[in-house]
Design a protein around this ligand. Structure first.
Ligand code: FE2
Ligand code: FE2
Length: 157
């Protein structure tokens, strides 16, 4: 599968979970905990495969995207720390919904920048074969991805 199609599919999966969270009632603690756990898993794996495979390849193929990639890594850093805080937060805690809301704002902003500001440049710079090859590498990297958000490289950098 094309690397950019794969990443956009992940973005859609996460957006669906966000919508589900927003629809859940104030008292749906268990449901919201389950959704948050899925978000943590999805985004940990997603940021991992981006940082391990896609971002370095993007910088190589389209050097002009360097600043965008660096900004994206800083955004991952913030998101990953929020995910690690959410992992240990009781859904009944008054800060739980607020933390999820700010996480969703951060991720939506980040996804929009990836999809609109710099993925198209990378797409242009890479041929179809390279994109397919990277897609395969990312599929393989999913299996090695950690479950702890703080194990993704940008969390510690
Ligand atoms: Fe990203
Ligand atoms: Fe992404």
């Amino acid at each position: 599968m094309d690397a950019i199609v794969l990443l956009k599919d992940d973005h859609k999966t996460v957006e669906k979970l966000f919508k589900e969270f927003e629809k859940a009632g104030a008292g749906a603690h268990k449901h919201k905990r389950d959704i948050a756990d899925k978000v943590i898993e999805e985004l940990t794996v997603h940021t991992w495969i981006e940082e391990k495979v896609f971002y370095p390849a993007a910088r190589e193929a389209a050097p002009d995207t360097k600043d965008h990639v660096l900004e994206s890594v800083e955004e991952h850093h913030v998101v990953l720390w929020m995910l690690s805080e959410l992992a240990g937060l009781d859904p009944r805690d008054e800060r739980f919904d607020a933390k999820m809301t700010v996480l969703m704002e951060n991720v939506r902003h980040h996804v929009e920048e990836e999809e609109k500001d710099w993925f198209p440049e990378v797409h242009k710079a890479m041929g179809r074969n390279r994109l397919t090859e990277l897609g395969e590498q990312m599929q393989a990297a999913r299996g090695e991805a950690p479950r702890d958000p703080l194990k993704v490289p940008s969390a510690r950098e």
